[in-house]
Design a protein around this ligand. Structure first.
Ligand SMILES: Nc1ncnc2c1ncn2[C@@H]1O[C@H](COP(=O)(O)OP(=O)(O)O)[C@@H](O)[C@H]1O
Ligand SMILES: [Mg+2]
Length: 346
């Protein structure tokens, strides 16, 4: 078996958190316990993969690169293991796909809905509306009353002037039912998700997971806002065991070597606000003084070496080893939680 590390054609592999700086894939390859070859995403369709091979690849926040990658990885995923898995790639910069995945897997403890027509939104007010590709709290809105919904409709669900003019001309020329079909097509769509509003939060947690290592950042909410991400009011404190258990449970179900999870804790328990499994910012790992591991059911604190490539390698080695163990039916290693165990925690 061989591990292929697929960079962009310019050698870039994310994410270091800085768009101009790549992860050191040569160091990553050195740290992996497997025979490794560095290739680019443009090479992948021409490689003769074995079923036991693994492709570790980067996504991109540039949408044309990402959509191209989605097309390629759809086919590569049929030939060998790909990391991140295909669903996680689809979740990158797409809160809509995240919403579908949480519905499919039944995790997150936060009722939500994905739509492209604002008239198809179903949750009652108050609720949170989000553009599918926002970040740092931009594109995240609290809808407290009907007027808020009307404002979002006017700003985000509009057609261009040309379309409106053509609509008017059609209305004059067309029969009624033909016009209504035309009218729907040009109504003004956008991809949004809506979620139940979790009230009275004063902070949330960003939890980064690399294999069995959990890194945490407590993000306080600014006065007069409801959003924690981007507030810059950050602290590195140990989350409650409940938050760490919850993070572990979600992480196991994501079935990926690494993840970034936004978790809020309310009187109703923990809620998953959003998640990523590729190209997420590693800031929490690079700054937190400690990390947390579960040993014999207890969360223990360990010093953080703040070494990004070493953590990616650790997570990949663990994931590939665990997967080999599953596919050859050898006993499950100490740090692997099965889906059956996992559903007990939910
Ligand atoms: N359903 C919700 N209920 C309450 N607060 C929320 C909800 N969803 C998001 N938030 C707040 O808004 C912030 C940004 O939302 P998030 O979905 O993580 O988008 P971003 O990509 O901007 O980080 C979160 O950190 C959280 O504080
Ligand atoms: Mg977030």
């Amino acid at each position: 078996m061989k591990v292929y590390i697929a960079t962009l054609p310019n050698g870039f592999f994310g994410s270091t958190g800085q768009s101009w700086k790549s992860l050191d894939v040569y160091r990553l390859a050195d740290l992996l316990n497997y025979e490794t070859e560095i290739v680019t995403i443009n090479d992948l369709m021409n490689i003769d993969f074995k079923k036991t091979d693994t492709v570790v690849y980067t996504s991109s926040d540039e949408k044309h690169i990402r959509f191209y990658l989605q097309d390629i990885m759809h086919f590569i995923s049929k030939k060998c293991q790909i990391l991140p898995n295909f669903d996680i790639l689809m979740c990158h910069e797409n809160k809509g796909f995240q919403e579908l995945m949480r519905t499919e897997l039944g995790f997150g403890n936060l009722p939500g809905n994905y739509f492209y027509d604002i008239d198809d939104s179903i949750l009652s007010i108050p609720k949170v509306l989000k553009t599918v590709d926002g970040a740092g709290s931009s594109g995240v809105f609290l809808v407290k009353e009907k007027n808020d919904l009307r404002d979002i409709k006017q700003q985000h669900f509009v057609t261009c002037k040309k379309s409106r003019r053509m609509q008017l001309q059609r209305r004059v020329k067309s029969e009624n039912n033909k016009f209504s079909i035309y009218n729907y097509r040009h109504k003004g769509f956008n991809r949004f998700v809506e979620q139940n509003f979790i009230p009275n939060l004063t902070y949330d947690f960003k939890i980064l997971v690399f294999g069995d290592r959990y890194y945490s950042l407590k993000r306080n909410i600014r006065e007069g806002d409801f959003r924690a991400s981007g507030s810059n009011l950050f602290e590195h404190v140990k989350p409650s065991d409940e938050v760490l258990d919850y993070a572990k449970n979600i992480f196991t179900q994501m079935n990926n070597p690494y993840a970034s999870l936004d978790i809020a804790q309310s009187t109703d328990g923990c809620h998953l606000i959003e998640f990523q499994g590729t190209n997420f910012s590693p800031g929490t790992l690079l700054k937190a003084p400690s990390r947390y591991l579960q040993v014999d059911g207890k969360w223990i604190k360990e010093e953080n070496d703040k070494d990004l490539e070493a953590n990616y390698a650790h997570a990949l080695n663990l994931y590939i080893r665990n997967n080999e163990a599953v596919s050859t039916s050898t006993p499950v290693p100490f740090n692997m939680v099965t889906r059956a165990e996992c559903s007990k925690v939910m």
